[in-house]
Every structure is written in structure tokens, then in C-alpha cells.
Design a protein around this ligand. Structure first.
Ligand code: ZN
Length: 60
């Protein structure tokens, strides 16, 4: 099953942490939201655990 979760494309400059959303724009700053995987800003996938927790919560 495909997940459509997205992340604010400007979170690195606009927020302290990734802002995830299912909408096409960030609910906090209005920037474009982009598909969260693969994460171009995170070659180490340092937010992978955070993202997996978010996905798990979203399925419940
Ligand atoms: Zn944002």
C-alpha cells in the first residue's frame, strides 16, 4: 500500500523539524509539500524512525 504522506519542502528553513502532512501544501507555512521518500535532504535517513512512527500512527 502506498503512503501519500508528504513533508514541507521548506522545513529546513521554516521549521525546527520536518512538518508532515497529507495535503499538497504545508499547513504551517504554506510551502509546497513534497513526497517524503526518498528524502533528498537526508541521505542518512536520519528522520526515518520519526517517519515510520508517523506512518504507524496514521494507519491506526
Ligand atoms: Zn512548512
Amino acid at each position: 500500500m502506498h503512503s501519500d504522506i508528504r513533508v514541507c519542502s521548506a522545513w529546513t528553513s521554516a521549521h525546527d523539524r520536518p512538518v508532515y502532512t497529507f495535503a499538497e501544501t504545508c499547513p504551517e507555512c504554506g510551502a509546497d509539500a513534497v513526497n517524503s521518500a526518498p528524502a533528498p535532504f537526508s541521505p542518512e535517513d536520519r528522520w526515518g524512525e520519526y517517519r515510520r512512527k508517523l506512518k504507524r500512527r496514521a494507519r491506526e
